[in-house]
Design a protein around this ligand. Structure first.
Ligand code: PLP
Length: 416
C-alpha cells in the first residue's frame, strides 16, 4: 500500500473538493445526460467567448509575441509588465492605491489561497496560528487546504429569515472573537456557495477588527470586484494596506488558463512570489498575455457590467422562478438572497434525510447538485443547518436547469 506522510494524508486522501471536481468532471465527460447543477465553471456567454477567441487570434497573428509568451518562464511573482498594467488598471478603475509591488500573479486563486493559508497560519514559534472564517457557509475549496490540524476556525452566521422563502446570512459579531492565535480572516465575497455579499457595515467592522489586531483581512473576489463584477448591489470592496484581495481570471471565462492576481502589501507579495518559485517555478503566462490589452481601458469593467452580470441575473431569476413553482408551498424551503455569484443556495427546512443522501438519490436520477455540509468546516460543534442545504448552479442551458430543478423538487416532496 501507498505510504503517506502526514501532509500526504491531508492532501492525497479523499476530500470534498476532489470529489466535487471528479464528479463534475465525469458528469461533463462520461455522462453527457447528467443534469449538471453542481459545478463552478462559468456559463458559456457568447460575447465573452468571442472576445477571448478574437484575442487569441490576434496573438496567433502576431507570431513573435506568441512565441515570446510560450517560450519563456516568467519571474515567479508574475510578468513585470502585466503586474504594472494590473496595478494601473486597479488604480484607475477601482481607485485602489497600488503599484506593481502590490501585485502577485499566482497559478489560480485556488493555489494562491493554499500558499497564503499555509504561509500565514499553522505551527509557528508562538504556537498554532489559525485562519478565521467569519461567515459560514464558505467556499468548499478552502476546506482541505490547511497543512496542520486545527488551522482553520469559523463562526456560524446569524440567519435572517425574510418572509417565507428567503434568508440572508449575517456575520455574528457577538460570537466573532479575534484571539491572539488568529493569523488572518478570510471571506469570499460574493460568497460561493450562498451568493451572500457583505454589507458595507460588515466589511467595515471586519476591516476595523483586522486593523485593531494587526492581521490581514482576506477577501476572495472570484465572482465580484473588479471582474466579473457579478455583484447585484452597488457596494464594492475597497482594498487598503493590510488587506489581501484575490482576483481570479476564471469567472471572466478563463478557468482554463489558471491565473489569478493577489493584491497585498509588498512583504506578502514578495513572500508569495518566493513560495511560488519553490512550488511552481513560474505561472502560466498565456492568461496574462490574453488579458493584458484589456487592462488599458474599461472593457473588462463594461463586460462585467453590461454582459456578465445581467446574464447571471437573468439566469438566477429564471432558476428561482422554476424552483419556486416546483416546490410550491407544501414544504418549507428558502433561498439565500441572490446578491452575487453564480449559485442558488437552497435551505430545505427539516429535510428528513441528510443533504448528502439527497445528493446520492438525485445523482441516481441524473441530477448533480452539491450537498451543503461541504461548506461548513473549522467547527468544533455539530451544525445541522448545512445538512438541510444544497448548492445549485444555474450556468448550464435553461432546459437542463429546468429539468434538474423539477426532478429535485419532486424528489424532495416525495420525502414527506
Ligand atoms: N474562490 C472561490 C470563491 C471560488 O468559487 C473559486 C472557484 O470556483 C475559486 C476561488 C478558485 O478559482 P480559480 O479558478 O482562480 O482557482
Amino acid at each position: 500500500t501507498l505510504q503517506l506522510s502526514h501532509i500526504g494524508q491531508r492532501l492525497a486522501g479523499p476530500s470534498g473538493i476532489q470529489e466535487l471536481m471528479d464528479d463534475c468532471g465525469e458528469a461533463l465527460t462520461l455522462y453527457p445526460d447528467m443534469r449538471m447543477l453542481g459545478g463552478g465553471q462559468p456559463a458559456a456567454i457568447p460575447e465573452v467567448q468571442t472576445l477571448w477567441r478574437q484575442r487569441m487570434q490576434e496573438m496567433l497573428a502576431d507570431g513573435s509575441a506568441l512565441d515570446k509568451t510560450l517560450l519563456n518562464y516568467d519571474p515567479p511573482g508574475g510578468n513585470p509588465v502585466f503586474r504594472e498594467a494590473m496595478a494601473t488598471f486597479l488604480k484607475r478603475e477601482c481607485g485602489w492605491d497600488v503599484t506593481r509591488e502590490n501585485i502577485a500573479v499566482v497559478p489560480s486563486s485556488q493555489t494562491g489561497f493554499f500558499l497564503l493559508f499555509n504561509m500565514l497560519a499553522g505551527d509557528s514559534a508562538t504556537g498554532k496560528r489559525r485562519i478565521l472564517f467569519p461567515l459560514l457557509p464558505e467556499y468548499i475549496g478552502y476546506a482541505n487546504q490547511a497543512l496542520c490540524e486545527g488551522q482553520f476556525t469559523a463562526v456560524l452566521p446569524r440567519i435572517e429569515e425574510r418572509g417565507e422563502h428567503e434568508i440572508k446570512y449575517h456575520i455574528d459579531f457577538e460570537k466573532l472573537k479575534v484571539t491572539p492565535d488568529i493569523a488572518a480572516m478570510c471571506v469570499s465575497c460574493p460568497t460561493n456557495p450562498t451568493g451572500n455579499v457583505l454589507t458595507t457595515d460588515e466589511f467595515n467592522q471586519l476591516r476595523d477588527l483586522s486593523r485593531q489586531h494587526g492581521i490581514p483581512l482576506m477577501i476572495d473576489n472570484a465572482y465580484g470586484h473588479p471582474f466579473p463584477g457579478v455583484l447585484h448591489g452597488s457596494w464594492r470592496p475597497q482594498w487598503e494596506p493590510g488587506m489581501i484581495f484575490s482576483i481570479s481570471m476564471s469567472k471572466v471565462g478563463l478557468p482554463g488558463v489558471r491565473n489569478a492576481v493577489i493584491v497585498a502589501d509588498p512583504a506578502i507579495v514578495k513572500a508569495l512570489s518566493n513560495m511560488n518559485a519553490i512550488v511552481s517555478l513560474a505561472n502560466g503566462n498565456v492568461g496574462q498575455a490574453l488579458m493584458a490589452p484589456f487592462l488599458t481601458d474599461d472593457r473588462l469593467m463594461k463586460l462585467g457590467r453590461d454582459v456578465i452580470r445581467p446574464f447571471y441575473k437573468e439566469r438566477s431569476d429564471f432558476a428561482k422562478g422554476v424552483l419556486a413553482n416546483a416546490l410550491g408551498n407544501e414544504i418549507p424551503w428558502a433561498l439565500h438572497a441572490q446578491e452575487g455569484a453564480f449559485f442558488l443556495w437552497l435551505w430545505l427546512k427539516n429535510l428528513p434525510i441528510p443533504a448528502a443522501e439527497l445528493y446520492r438519490r438525485l445523482k441516481a436520477k441524473k441530477v448533480l447538485v452539491i450537498p451543503g455540509h461541504y461548506f461548513a468546516y473549522g467547527l468544533d460543534q455539530e451544525w445541522r443547518h448545512p445538512h438541510e442545504c444544497l448548492r445549485l448552479t444555474y450556468s448550464q442551458p435553461q432546459s437542463i436547469v429546468q429539468e434538474g430543478l423539477e426532478i429535485l423538487a419532486e424528489e424532495v416532496k416525495s420525502l414527506r
